[in-house]
Write a protein that binds this ligand. Structure first.
Ligand SMILES: Nc1ncnc2c1ncn2[C@@H]1O[C@H](COP(=O)(O)OP(=O)(O)OP(=O)(O)O)[C@@H](O)[C@H]1O
Length: 350
């Protein structure tokens, strides 16, 4: 077994309460009150309530929830842009709450760069200079930072637009500049605060693909806030679903869609096309005698939708699920239909 790596973020029992006497709320008899009652009785809002999770190296950790559920507050607490009320918080094993101002500034500039919805671009600077800006703050020489910025402009697909100013770019292009600027400092984690919610749907889709591509190429850890379920499912390695300051479920897209923790989550994912999220590992059953020697072969991570296509194409009633050259199960029409209908799916580990 490989050694467990230190999580990029490690968050335990984190609270953020706004209002008078906020620090007296965690652990008090008021702590469990629903938000409206808490506000009426104490004048306080618990934006983040007793939240614990790790963000693992290399994952895209999505924080999802409706407006007001506490997503932005939670993610801003990670770098203390908002000061947590109580709890513990570490980045790469280092206590964030113990950091002094210099260390915090260093954390925000180098280790955890934020990409905002409103880009935060400097209007009088060119694309190239906007991207180079973060490097300028770091004290890199002019030639070096321009070379690095040019590389990143190319990487996010803006080659040829280096000399434009932000006002001469579309929303999607501006967001790419924001992304390149955050990447320029080579942070160990990128934090995205609903970066694409102001973009029209096609451009938004394009930017999501861009994030997926960057993540595939670089494996950089990302924390991504969204209120959009399809965005969360497309991007997330794991999703933390928030409601009223709490994480109601934390799991892979497949776990959230296939095994919702409660009625709230169930209602949230009701309209998701299950066959596009659930995998054959969830749908498969053990093979009966003779079933393992014919039929199309699928990976356990293949989606049920891919399996339906493979089975339909082959004309064989059963597909084999293979892992490392070994038969781990089979899927037939009934298994696949069960998943689509939501009658038979439970997560299985292979
Ligand atoms: N500075 C503040 N003072 C008082 N209450 C606040 C403050 N900031 C946020 N809140 C409250 O905390 C709760 C969580 O807000 P937050 O902005 O974190 O939610 P969100 O899920 O990010 O919402 P959205 O998707 O609309 O941005 C809300 O009830 C909000 O009104």
């Amino acid at each position: 077994m490989s050694e467990p790596t230190t999580p990029v973020f490690s968050v335990r029992d984190l609270w953020k309460v706004f209002g008078p006497g906020a620090d007296r709320i965690p652990g008090s008899e008021h702590a469990a009150l629903p938000s409206t009652e808490l506000r009426e009785r104490t004048g306080c809002t618990a934006a983040v309530r007793n939240v614990s999770f790790d963000v693992d190296k290399g994952e895209v950790f999505v924080v999802m929830g409706l407006s007001g559920s506490g997503k932005s507050t939670l993610v801003r607490c990670l770098t203390r842009l908002i000061e947590p009320t109580s709890g513990t918080l570490a980045i790469d094993g280092e206590d964030v709450l113990a950091m002094d101002r210099t260390r915090l500034r260093e954390l925000r500039r180098h280790r955890a760069a934020m990409v905002f919805q409103h880009f935060g671009l400097l209007p009088h600077r060119t694309v190239l200079d906007n991207v180079a800006y973060g490097l300028e703050i770091q004290g890199l020489g002019k030639a070096e930072r321009r070379a690095r910025a040019a590389e990143l402009v190319e990487k996010v697909g803006l080659g040829g637009l280096e000399d434009r100013r932000p006002a001469q770019l579309s929303g999607g292009q501006q967001q790419r500049v924001g992304l390149a600027r955050a990447l320029a400092v080579d942070p160990s984690v990128l934090l995205f605060d609903e970066p694409f919610s102001a973009l029209d749907p096609l451009i938004r889709r394009e930017m999501q693909d861009e994030v997926v591509r960057l993540h595939r190429e670089e494996g950089r850890t990302m924390v991504f806030i969204t209120h959009d379920l399809s965005e969360a499912l497309r991007l997330g390695t794991r999703i933390a679903l928030m409601r009223d300051g709490e994480i109601v479920q934390l799991g892979t897209p497949e776990e959230i869609v296939g095994s919702p923790a409660d009625d709230y989550v169930r209602a949230f994912v009701r309209d998701v096309p299950r066959e596009q999220v659930l995998t054959v590992a969830t749908a498969m059953r053990p093979p009966s005698a003779g079933e393992g020697d014919h039929g199309p072969a699928l990976r356990p991570e293949a989606t049920v939708s891919e399996a339906i296509e493979a089975v339909a194409r082959s004309g064989d009633p059963v597909a084999r699920v293979m892992k490392d050259g070994r038969l781990v199960g089979v899927v037939d029409h009934a298994c696949l239909l069960d998943v689509v209908a939501g009658t038979g799916a439970q997560a299985v580990t292979v």
